[in-house]
Ligand binder design. Structure first.
Ligand code: TNX
Length: 751
């Protein structure tokens, strides 16, 4: 009987081998799987003289996964897991390690305990995936990260998370070899860190009278007081916990913007004197710190205490989204601009940041700031966190500054990762797993020398719409896995499908541990393609696509509906609905896509100005692909133009009769997105002489609520030009005042 059981195990072990190689996340740099297995039983002991903490960590986690309680011993036994800390071992970097699984012995070698720790994390994944057999394949792994900075952020201001929850979050990061935790501790809606010299920061600043619920534009509130903060003891406890996981905690104290919670407590630090309340709406507030001596004095006191709590060499001082509205009309600010010989408010921002940087540098620490610290000139030693795109990072690297890449386009985990109809309410966007996985932290514009300034990637978890920790888990997983592999430097976007299958194995581990995650990976995804004027709709899923059923008449799909076999040609206006079925039962939510086929669909289109990089997927053809963008879900099927007009010319190929132009636009003032101020339609027979036909005024646009229809007597022409004029500079009193407005448009449907 024993013999049979043994055979049974070895049979599975063989199957397990290929899995073991496949399912590690991040994939190691080098892996060599040998034949045979090590059977992990209770006779193993853990030997790790130089790594007592890591040995305990390993012991605890092996017990959690397998139930085995392995002793920690000081001498090698016949069967042992050896943590071999060897400072002389210089073959790999400080975070690198070698993991050898031999017949009766597992050895992890590294020259620092950080490397030992990552070797342990890899080993734990191997044990986890062979949990049922406890047969670990014999192998050799040599591994080290590509990027020294592998970051994950958490905003605890918009919603607050307990230290227990933050520690769980840190556990997740460590499991995926993330080594920096950016803790966003202050913002308009709450100040979350005890500062003993200024108790009102938390007494007043940590509590708001209510919170916004639902989508931003709905402006609905829950009427419930909300708040919380960490005492300094709690902060120290979290920092120590992170240290044991080899994670550096980087605190962020926002200035000069996102400061309304402070101003509620100390209104004298504003330009107007207040009064203020802790923010209850999301977005960007006009009231920011006034660059007075009292303001710097308070911020310096804050920094003094922050420095004692966080061993990190970095302090993040924000710098983002600071409207200059108040500074423009503030006599003190204008006086200061003159006195310091500055040209404008942007240079005043630079003065603010540089002054704080000097103070922080004198304390032996360095600053990190968001993109906007580039405004008016970059502080001398600053590291730039590039978020609005990758340009900030490129600029920093080219001027000899370090940069961390965290663009909204790929690494905002507060954006949707799946169909908004089935995902929890999110900020917006469309940041699916494959998008995250495709991110390359090194922009192609940089030389090898400049690229050394790119410290690595970071993903951000802003929590305006994330109200509880289960939802944090949902937004984090599985995208953290993609970040992990991008940051480790072993991602292969062309092999996305292989990565996806490893992810699916890891989701089973999350299931076992009761950790929530998004199921978007199993969704049916529709892709609109336009090739040589032919529009097709492609359906895919992480499951087997042949189990997708669809309808073309708007009815609900059933298991008897059309099976999906190949891309669907779209030649007329119709609504397609598709669902994934298994054994006759619907497994996925149904996706719905309506097509509006018009005389312009699939025709040649040319844009004078190009859309902003984050809102340009599909390029100009997005405007003639037969699909109107969803207004709630504006990450997809929309083109976004920052401060620019839309000037689109469509060539019908031959003279064509038409009398209507339909397009849509968006108004989301909180996100700096505004309706255009005018729409103009012109026509041409030859493509060079254009004749104005008709337009819409600003009043008509506002009236139409963004469904813009221009009608006129029947025209006959080969070319049509549609100009949609950007509002221009955002007016005072609105989010983003003084900056260029975003103009979002979709579809130019001509009939
Ligand atoms: C922009 S990213 C912000 C945050 C918001 C976030 C929402 C950055 C530096 N500022 O205040 O929470 O967008 O995605």
């Amino acid at each position: 009987m024993k013999y049979i059981k043994y055979l049974f195990f070895s049979f599975f072990a063989v199957v397990g081998n290929s899995y073991a190689q496949q399912n590690l996340i991040p994939q190691p740099q080098q892996i060599d799987i040998k034949s045979g297995n090590l059977y992990l039983d209770r006779n193993f002991s853990i030997v790790g003289k130089g790594s007592p903490e890591e040995a305990k960590f390993l012991q605890k986690n092996i017990k959690e996964i397998t139930g085995l309680e392995l002793p920690i011993s000081s001498k090698d036994a016949k069967k042992s897991i050896i943590l071999n800390l060897d400072a002389q071992h210089t073959a790999f970097s400080n975070e690198g390690y070698e993991l050898i699984v031999a017949a009766n012995q597992i050895t992890i070698t590294a020259n620092q305990n950080r490397g030992i720790f990552y070797g342990i994390q890899t080993l734990l994944q191997l044990i986890e995936e062979n949990r049922s057999s406890l047969n670990i394949p014999l192998l050799l792994i040599q591994d080290a990260p590509k990027f020294a900075y592998r970051g994950m952020h958490l905003d605890v201001s918009r919603h607050f998370f307990s230290t227990e929850e933050v520690k769980q979050y840190l556990d997740y990061l460590a499991a995926y070899k993330i080594n920096k935790f950016h803790w966003h501790l202050t913002d308009d809606q709450g100040w979350r860190i005890e500062i003993k010299s200024h108790p009102k920061l938390t007494e007043v600043g940590a509590f708001r009278k209510e919170s916004q619920t639902g989508p931003y534009a709905a402006m609905t509130f829950d009427g419930k007081p909300y708040g919380g903060f960490y005492t300094q003891e709690q902060i120290k406890d979290v920092v120590a916990y992170a240290q044991a996981l080899h994670i550096e905690v980087i605190p962020e104290i926002e200035m000069p913007g996102h400061a309304q919670a402070v101003l509620a407590a100390y209104p004298e630090l504003s330009c107007t004197g207040g009064p203020f309340e802790v923010g209850t709406t999301w977005g960007v507030m006009d009231d920011i710190f006034c660059p007075k001596d009292e303001t710097f004095a308070l911020l310096e006191d804050v920094i003094d205490e922050v420095i004692t709590l966080f061993p990190s060499k970095y302090i993040h001082i924000g710098g983002d989204e600071a409207p200059k509205t108040r500074w423009k009309s503030c006599p003190h600010c204008q006086e200061l601009i003159k006195k310091e010989g500055l040209t404008d408010e942007l240079e005043l921002q630079s003065y603010f940041i540089t002054r704080m940087e000097k103070y922080i540098n004198e304390k032996g620490k360095s600053i990190i700031g968001w993109d906007e610290i580039l405004e008016g000139g970059l502080a001398p030693n600053a590291t730039v966190m590039s978020w609005t795109g990758i340009q900030g990072g490129i600029h920093a690297a080219k001027t000899g500054h370090d940069a961390i890449m965290t663009p909204t386009s790929h690494l905002y985990f507060d954006y949707y990762q799946g169909n908004p109809q089935t995902e929890p309410l999110a900020f917006g966007g469309d940041t699916r797993l494959d998008k995250v996985y495709s991110f390359n932290p090194i922009p192609s514009e940089l030389s090898a020398e400049e690229a050394k300034h790119i410290l690595g990637p970071q993903a951000n978890m802003w929590t305006e719409y994330i109200t509880n920790f289960k939802q944090v888990q949902h937004m984090l997983f599985p995208r953290l896995m993609a970040l992990s592999e991008v940051a480790w430097g072993t991602s292969k976007p062309d092999d996305y499908k292989k990565f996806e299958s490893r992810v699916i194995q890891h989701l089973k581990v999350l299931d076992r541990k009761g950790i929530n995650y998004s199921k978007a990976i199993y969704e049916v995804i529709g892709n609109i393609k336009l090739v040589d004027g032919q529009l097709t709709y492609t359906l895919s899923t992480a499951n087997d696509p042949k189990h997708i059923r669809y309808t073309i008449d708007g009815s609900e799909p059933s298991s008897a509906s059309l099976p999906y076999v190949s891309p669907i040609n779209i030649d007329q206006s119709q609504t397609i609905k598709a669902t994934y079925f298994e054994n006759g039962k619907p497994i996925s939510a149904t996706i719905t896509q309506s097509f509006d086929i018009s005389k312009s669909t699939g025709k040649n289109i040319r844009l004078v100005e190009q859309p902003g990089e984050a809102y340009s997927t599909g390029g100009a053809s997005t405007l003639i692909d037969g699909v109107f963008g969803d207004k709630q879900y504006f990450g997809k099927n929309w083109l976004g133009f920052n401060g620019k007009d839309v000037n689109a010319t469509i060539d019908f190929g031959k003279e064509t009769e038409f009398s209507t132009v339909k397009l849509s636009s968006l108004d989301r003032k909180g996100s700096w997105i505004h309706f255009p101020k005018e729409v103009r339609v012109s026509i041409s027979k030859d493509g060079s002489q254009y004749e104005f036909v008709k337009g819409l005024s600003q009043a008509e646009i506002i009236d139409s609520d963004g469904d813009l229809v221009v009608t006129f007597p029947v025209q006959n022409a080969r070319y049509i030009k549609v100009e949609v004029l950007n509002l221009g500079i955002i007016p005072d009193g609105q989010a983003g005042a003084g900056s260029g407005a975003w103009l979002f448009v979709d579809e130019i449907s001509v009939n």
